[in-house]
Write a protein of this length. Structure first.
Length: 607
C-alpha cells in the first residue's frame, strides 16, 4: 500500500521517504517500529531482557514486558528444539520469555508464573523423560501449590505405537487444571510426525496470548547476534543427502549378530554435532514387504497416490517404499482401517473389553498381516494410504567425535531380524543399512541435538560409561573427544555383549585408549562365555567399592542402551551400590540418584 499525501498527515517529502522505507522492512522491524512509536506517545512499553533500549524510551515509560515461561521435558531433544522455536516466536511478538528444562526449573517459583507453556515427551511405557521427573513428581505431590492465576497450554510428543500415547503430556494437562490453572489453548498430542500439529499448537497459543494481552504495547529492539560458523539449511524436515564412506560388519565370523559400523560424509552440509547427539536417518521399507503388500491388495505399482498435504503425487510402490510406515500397527490405524471394510472382525477386535487381545495382535505384526487377516483386499490404494503414518526417521547415537573426524559422522547399528507369526521380519532401517546400502550411495540424514547427554564442562571430571552392545557407540565419541582435547579426567567403561571372540565391538580402539591413558579402566561382561550369564550390572557390583569412590570424587555416570531391561537393571544396581557402600537407606539412595540427575551427573540415552 502506497502512502499518499491526500489521505495522510504527512507532507510530500515525508510520504516519499516512508514509501521508500516501508517495503524494505521485515515483519520484526515493522513490529519494532510500531511499538517504538507507541512508546514515544507515552504508552508504557517494555524491552525484552538483553535488548538495547531506545534512547527515547524513558525509565518511566518502561515496565516489565509480557512474561511467558516455557518448560520442556525431553529425552532425545525434540521438545528442546520445539521449545526454542516457540520462545523465538514469542520474543518476536514482544513477550519476555523464560526458557528452561524442567530439570533446571525451581518448582518453588511456579506460584509466581502467570503464563506457562509445557512441551514434554513421553518415554517408555507412559513415563516422563529423565529431566522431567523431579518437576513431574513435585506437581503431583501434596507440596504443589494452588495455581488459580495460571494460564497454561501443553504440547505432548509421543508415538502412537505405544499404548500410553503422550501420557506425560496428558498428566501435566490434567494436573495443572486440578490445581486451578486455565487453558490458553487445548492440549496437542503429537505422533512421531509432529511438525504440522506442533506448528498449529504454537499458532493457537500465540493467538490466545496476543488476545489476552491486547492493548499492551511492547517494544522489540532489533538485535544482530554474532554466531560462530554458518547455520545449516538441513534439518529434520529437510534432510541432507549424505554419502556413505564405509559400511563394515563389526562382528566376527560365527557370531549370530550383525553390527554395522557406518561412516557418513557431512561435507558441504554445514551440519554440526557434539558427542552425545544422535543422527536421524530416513529409511526405506524392505522391497520384498512392499511387493507382497501390493500383491495381497491387488494394487498396481505405478498407480499415482497422494503422499502429503501439499498434494505431491508419486507412484504407489515408491510411496510405500519411502514415504509411509508399513511395519508398525497402532490402535488408531486399526480404527481407521475398520471404517474401510464391511468385515466385522476388525470392528469386533476394537470393542471395549478386548484391549489385551488387541495388544497381543498389534505386537510384532505389520500392515501385510492386517490386510490378510481382515480381508481388506479391494480397498482403493489412494483411500488406504491416506490413513497411514508418514515414515519416521530412525535415531542412532553418534559414535564419532567431530574433532577426530571432521566432516564425518559415524553410527553403530545392529541389524534386527526375527521370525514372528510365520513370517520373517526386518528392522526397517537396520536391515536396509546391512543389506542394501553400499559405499558411495546416499542416505537422507539430519542431526538430532541432545543437551541431556553431554560430557561434563570440566574436562577434569571423572566419567563412568555403561554401554552394552551398540549402547557403547556414544562412548566411542566421548573418548575420541577427550583424546583430541587432552582432557585429564579419569574414564571408566563398562561394556558387555555375548561372546568375547566375535562380539567385542571396537576392541582395538579401547585397547589403544587404555594403553594411551585416555581410558583409565575397562570392565567387560560377555554373557555367553560363562555357565552363568554375566551382565554389566554384575561387573558394577563386583567393583562396588571403587565405583562408590568415583561417585564420591564427583564422577558423572552415563548409561546408553536398552531402556526396558538393561537401563532398569543398571539403575537398580546404582541404588544397591549406594546402599551397600554408602550406608544409605533405599529412600536415601533414590534421593541421591535424583540429585545426581538434577546436577547432570547421571545421564541416560536409552531407547
Amino acid at each position: 500500500m502506497e502512502l499518499k499525501v491526500t489521505n495522510s498527515p504527512f507532507n510530500q517529502e515525508q510520504a516519499d521517504l516512508l514509501n521508500r522505507l516501508l517495503p524494505t522492512l521485515t515483519e520484526t522491524q515493522q513490529i519494532w517500529l510500531s511499538g517504538y512509536l507507541t512508546a514515544l506517545q507515552g504508552t508504557t512499553a517494555a524491552v525484552p531482557t538483553g535488548q538495547p533500549v531506545p534512547a527515547a524510551l524513558t525509565a518511566e515509560a518502561a515496565v516489565v514486558s509480557k512474561e511467558v515461561t516455557v518448560l520442556f521435558g525431553s529425552q532425545t531433544g525434540n521438545c528442546n528444539g520445539l521449545a526454542k522455536k516457540m520462545s523465538k516466536k514469542l520474543e518476536e511478538r514482544g513477550f519476555q520469555v523464560t526458557l528452561s528444562s524442567m530439570g533446571d526449573f525451581k518448582p518453588n517459583g511456579l506460584k509466581k508464573i502467570q503464563n506457562l507453556l509445557i512441551l514434554v515427551s513421553t518415554h517408555g511405557e507412559g513415563d516422563p523423560p529423565d529431566n522431567a521427573i523431579p518437576f513431574y513428581e513435585f506437581l503431583h505431590s501434596k507440596r504443589a501449590p494452588q495455581l488459580d492465576d495460571l494460564k497454561f497450554s501443553v504440547l505432548g510428543l509421543g508415538d502412537l505405537s505405544y499404548e500410553f500415547f503422550c501420557q506425560t503430556g496428558k498428566d501435566f494437562d490434567k494436573r495443572l487444571e486440578e490445581l486451578g490453572g486455565k487453558r490458553l489453548s487445548p492440549r496437542a498430542d503429537c505422533d512421531v510426525d509432529f511438525d504440522e500439529p506442533a506448528a498449529e499448537w504454537m499458532n493457537q497459543v500465540l493467538g490466545a496470548l496476543s488476545e489476552a494481552t491486547a492493548g499492551t504495547a511492547s517494544v522489540i529492539a532489533a538485535s544482530i547476534t554474532s554466531k560462530s560458523g554458518i547455520d545449516s539449511e538441513y534439518s529434520r524436515t529437510n534432510p541432507f543427502q549424505a554419502e556413505v564412506l564405509e559400511n563394515l560388519n563389526l562382528n566376527g565370523r560365527g557370531s549370530d549378530r550383525e553390527t554395522r559400523h557406518i561412516e557418513i560424509s557431512l561435507e558441504g552440509s554445514n551440519l554440526q554435532y557434539e558427542p552425545g547427539d544422535s543422527l536421524g536417518i530416513y529409511p526405506e521399507n524392505h522391497p520384498r514387504l512392499v511387493d507382497e503388500l501390493l500383491e495381497a491388495m491387488e494394487w498396481k505399482a505405478e498407480e499415482q497416490v497422494t503422499v502429503n498435504k501439499s498434494g505431491l503425487q508419486l507412484p504407489l510402490r515408491e510411496a510405500l517404499l519411502r514415504h509411509f510406515e508399513i511395519t508398525v500397527l497402532t490402535k488408531p490405524l486399526l480404527e481407521q482401517a475398520a471404517k474401510l471394510t464391511a468385515s466385522g472382525g476388525l470392528k469386533e477386535l476394537l470393542e471395549p473389553g478386548r484391549e489385551q487381545e488387541l495388544r497381543a495382535y498389534i505386537d510384532e505384526r505389520d500392515l501385510l498381516d492386517l490386510v490378510q487377516d481382515y480381508a481388506l483386499k479391494g480397498v482403493p490404494a489412494g483411500e488406504f494410504v491416506s490413513i497411514l503414518r508418514k515414515m519416521p526417521a530412525r535415531l542412532y547415537s553418534i559414535a564419532s567425535s567431530p574433532k577426530a573426524f571432521p566432516d564425518e559422522v559415524h553410527v553403530t547399528v545392529r541389524a534386527v531380524r526375527y521370525e514372528a507369526h510365520g513370517r520373517n521380519r526386518y528392522g526397517v532401517c537396520s536391515v536396509q543399512l546391512a543389506e542394501r546400502v553400499q559405499q558411495g550411495e546416499g542416505l537422507p540424514v539430519y542431526i538430532q541435538h541432545n543437551s541431556n547427554f553431554k560430557l561434563p564442562e570440566n574436562p577434569d571430571t571423572p566419567i563412568i560409561m555403561i554401554g552394552p552392545g551398540t549402547g557403547v557407540a556414544p562412548f566411542r565419541a566421548f573418548l575420541g573427544e577427550r583424546d583430541e582435547t587432552g582432557a585429564e579426567g579419569k574414564t571408566w567403561l563398562f561394556y558387555g555383549d555375548q561372546h568375547f571372540s566375535t562380539d567385542f565391538l571396537y576392541q582395538l580402539e579401547w585397547q589403544r585408549w587404555l594403553k594411551d591413558g585416555v581410558l583409565t579402566r575397562m570392565d567387560v561382561a560377555f554373557s555367553r562365555d560363562t555357565d552363568q550369564k554375566v551382565y554389566v550390572q554384575h561387573r558394577m557390583l563386583q567393583k562396588s567399592r571403587e565405583f562408590y569412590q568415583w561417585l564420591q570424587e564427583g564422577a558423572c555416570v552415563y548409561v546408553c542402551g536398552d531402556e526396558k531391561k538393561m537401563a532398569h537393571d543398571v539403575h537398580t544396581t546404582l541404588a544397591a551400590i549406594l546402599e551397600q557402600e554408602g550406608g544409605l537407606s533405599s529412600e536415601e539412595a533414590a534421593e541421591y540418584l535424583t540429585r545426581m540427575q538434577q546436577e547432570k551427573r547421571y545421564q541416560r540415552d536409552v531407547y
